[in-house]
Design a protein around this ligand. Structure first.
Ligand SMILES: *Cc1c(COP(=O)(O)O)cnc(C)c1O
Length: 441
């Protein structure tokens, strides 16, 4: 049979794991599993042998492995290694390790690599919070990812250290050249990890451009429905990569940050439609960005858009980079972009004038979200709004923006209903809303 395409793998990659006749996968919640009844089949644990746990190991206890999680990791393999041969997929599933959140995946990466120096710059602030924990525990140092070779020399970054590239970048959706950072890392014996959350499988394959590790907050596009926390860490499709993944799977037993069984099941549900969702979200975003940017250049709706928007940021506008960017993102750019308004008041007020974009943090779900980013990231420009485009019809999203710009340009207060709803929510869920300001994505 000819090799299958990702859309088909999303539906069928787990067929070989089916035991029951259910079409929709069963939900397994057991934390513990019966040993064989035949005493001759009982093999006592032998720590000296350093036994490898992988997806073919009989289930023992769900902190080690469990059915819904194994199924999720099995489906992710052909999606994360789109260039792999069909015959390699069974083994490649062992290169994909899931976690309870994106940050627990990043923590697991640092625990596995134990870098002395990490090159990193900006991006999702939570990853810097994880690095702070490692700084406290064993004094890991950081150097600016974009600094020149002299600054990297001065930091001592080298063999066994980590270059961590987030691309596309939170919160703007700008893309960076993976091959460039792979070359810089490898020239000094360091490893390249790519946080590819903003360009899930189907949009970008960081392994093709030299990444040693690919990380995702699976909470975003892999989950895709704003209803599950999940992290994914995958290693290169090489013997060294397999060893690293085996180490991570073994570490995970003691980190304890295994994905919940119900989340694993939700993740399987989500992967069925990931390609469809992400393609729609990506093309919606590109259309909205082209319209907004065109308006700023004097095109359609220019006069109105210019009253509110000063700049739009998105990979689709990086035309000077297309020589490397188009090959690295051949199927479309990420579905998140940023809008900069003229002043912080406009940025604070715009979300309340929108009907189809929820004002909330996070991204990647089927529903469009907008966030005045100052709500959750202290470092960010106070005029920045982050937009996560959903699967709605893009013309409706455009019309929603237009009427919000109109209302804002007329100096209208935001709808009273929205204001009172928000205050009720603060009253009832004050603790949660405050917590969000520190822990949001
Ligand atoms: C959300 C996010 C994370 C953290 O993921 P969680 O699942 O919230 O722990 C890491 N990196 C990026 C780019 C993210 O957007």
């Amino acid at each position: 049979m000819a090799p299958l395409h990702p859309a088909t793998h999303g539906i069928h990659a787990d067929n070989r794991t089916n035991i029951l006749t259910d079409i929709a996968p069963p939900i397994h919640t057991s934390t513990t599993f019966r040993y064989p009844r035949d005493p001759s089949k009982l093999h006592p644990v032998s720590p000296e042998e350093g036994e490898v746990i992988d997806l073919s190991t009989p289930l023992i206890y769900s902190r080690l492995a469990s059915a819904n999680i194994n199924r999720l990791e099995t489906i992710l393999a052909p999606l994360m290694y789109p260039r792999a041969q069909e015959t390699e997929l069974d083994s490649l599933a062992n290169h994909v390790v899931s976690y309870s959140s994106g940050l627990s995946a990043f923590h697991a990466l640092l625990v596995a690599v134990v870098p002395k120096v990490v090159a990193i710059s900006g991006g999702y602030h939570g990853c810097h919070g994880v690095l702070d924990l490692h700084r406290r525990m064993h004094g890991v140092r950081t150097v600016d990812l974009h600094a020149d070779e002299r600054a990297w020399d001065a930091s001592g970054i080298g063999q066994g250290d980590l270059v961590h590239l987030e691309t596309p970048l939170n919160p703007t959706g700008e893309a960076f050249n993976i091959a460039h950072y792979a070359a810089r890392a490898h020239a000094r014996g360091a490893l390249l990890s790519v946080d590819a959350t903003f360009a899930p499988p189907g949009l970008q394959d960081p392994f093709q451009w030299g990444a040693d590790f690919v990380m995702h907050s699976g909470t975003k596009y892999i989950g895709g429905h704003s209803d599950m926390l999940c992290g994914i860490l995958a290693t290169a499709a090489t013997p060294a990569g397999l060893k690293q993944a085996q180490g991570m799977r073994a570490d995970r037993i003691f980190l304890g940050s295994v994905l919940g069984s119900l989340e694993g099941w939700l993740g399987v549900r989500s992967l069925r439609t990931m390609e469809l969702r992400v393609q729609r979200q990506s093309s919606n975003a590109a259309r909205l960005v082209a319209w907004l940017d065109g308006a700023l250049q004097g095109g359609e709706d220019g006069a109105l858009v210019k009253k509110v928007v000063s700049r739009v940021v998105h990979a689709s506008l990086q035309t000077a980079d297309f020589a490397w960017l188009k090959p690295q993102m051949p199927n479309g750019f990420g579905p998140v972009f940023a809008i900069l308004t003229h002043d912080s008041d406009q940025a604070r007020c715009l979300p309340s004038h929108l009907q189809l974009f929820h004002h909330a943090t996070s991204l990647g779900g089927v529903e469009s979200l907008i966030e005045w980013r100052k709500m959750s990231d202290a470092e960010v420009d106070e005029r920045l709004l982050r937009v996560s485009v959903g699967v709605e019809d893009w013309e409706d999203l455009k019309a929603d923006f237009l009427s919000a710009f109109q209302a804002l340009a007329e100096g209208g207060e935001s709808g009273e209903e929205t204001t009172s709803k928000a205050s009720v929510q603060v009253g009832q869920e004050g603790a949660r809303v405050e917590g969000a300001a520190q822990g949001s994505v």
